[in-house]
Design a protein around this ligand. Sequence first.
Ligand SMILES: Cc1cc2nc3c(=O)[nH]c(=O)nc-3n(C[C@H](O)[C@H](O)[C@H](O)COP(=O)(O)OP(=O)(O)OC[C@H]3O[C@@H](n4cnc5c(N)ncnc54)[C@H](O)[C@@H]3O)c2cc1C
Length: 400
Amino acid sequence: MDFTLSAEVDAARLKARQFVIDEVLPVEADKNNYDAHENITLAALAPLREKAKSIGLWAPQMPVERGGMGLTTIGMAAVYEEMNRSIFGPVAINCAAPDDGNMFLLNRVGTEAQKQKWLQPIIDGDVHSSFVMTEPHPGSGSDPSMMLTKAEPISNSKWRITGRKWYITGAESATHFILMARTSDDPRKGLSAFLFHKNQPGWRIVRRIPIMGPEEHGGHCEIEFDGLEIDDSDRLMEVGDGLKATQIRLGTARLTHCMRWLGLAKRSMEIARDYVEDREGFGSKLIDRESVQIKLGETAHEIEMGRLIVMKAAWKLDQGDFARQEVSMAKIHVADTLHKAVDTAIQLNGARGYSKDTVLEWIYRYARQARLVDGASEVHKMVLARFYRRDGTDFWRWGV
Ligand SMILES: Cc1cc2nc3c(=O)[nH]c(=O)nc-3n(C[C@H](O)[C@H](O)[C@H](O)COP(=O)(O)OP(=O)(O)OC[C@H]3O[C@@H](n4cnc5c(N)ncnc54)[C@H](O)[C@@H]3O)c2cc1C
């Protein structure tokens, strides 16, 4: 087993680290750079993105020939973790959700024409995108087989979409959409994936749903489809491949969430450490109290366990494996670790932790979604139990 990074990946990681220190953290520290939804303003984002592009720190997950950095999943893990030392880091170099996962899917399964039309503008940073899957009750959420949104053929070359979706991240500012809809009642091949542009008629945003945490640009929206027409050339993969497309997207997208969350967890510890190293009480520095050290030690080890499982999953994905077990384990563990890290950091910072003087309260509210998005933790545990029931003690096998 080799846990070293290649020289190229480490150079990219260090470049990301420096960019965050020199460019992103100063922007994050100025409250004028926050929009009404607690994300970076577009005015502050534009120069950061220009700078990132100019130093070749852009779209780490995309091929070099399309303007990205061509990193493997292992390379992405190293760079994404560094970038999310700042809450504004990932979006500054075009590796934030949901564009990140959407680019990954389009690059993996799109035809050349589809990549040129739908993917390249996202890579270039000219447009944003959304992934449209979850529906209000009684439609699909954790269970995609409950999907009600329908795509019906209206000719050999066109589909008509009707239905309702919600919690669609980025929908208010997205131009390109990847939509999951039902095309038949087949339990395995009943869903298909489609692409549409915001200017196509036949759909509308019903509302931007207020949430407890800071929002991605474009918010989280409820959407209604009432006769959106989509050309068959804008269908992604084959009819019936919607579930497969979702699995391809979410396998890596869930893991890239974990990569970024580890960066936020480390940042939380960093803020806690700075405070307890300086702060005194009852005749000693807080850092010299064993109970404080236990908190730091526990969080540090949870983060490292998260990094190991993320790297194992990344390695398996790079070998062409779906890494379903590892991705589910990473998603459960890192979501919990992010909670623990930021909660501990707030506690160790005392009242300051609860204030808006640091980014801890921002991260704390953001962290609550980690156990829900892209599969609730309970669902990932159910998936793991299925593997365990199938494989028994070989659940813990080694590759040889
Ligand atoms: C901030 C945010 C952003 C999102 N962005 C998007 C997006 O861009 N596109 C999109 O399509 N969706 C998005 N979603 C939706 C998200 O993917 C769903 O919320 C998630 O899949 C869970 O579905 P649900 O909310 O319908 O929960 P439900 O399926 O109604 O489940 C509710 C709860 O029941 C429990 N539960 C469910 N199944 C099981 C089980 N098998 N065993 C035990 N317990 C279970 C879990 O605790 C779960 O949280 C987003 C959600 C949030 C909060």
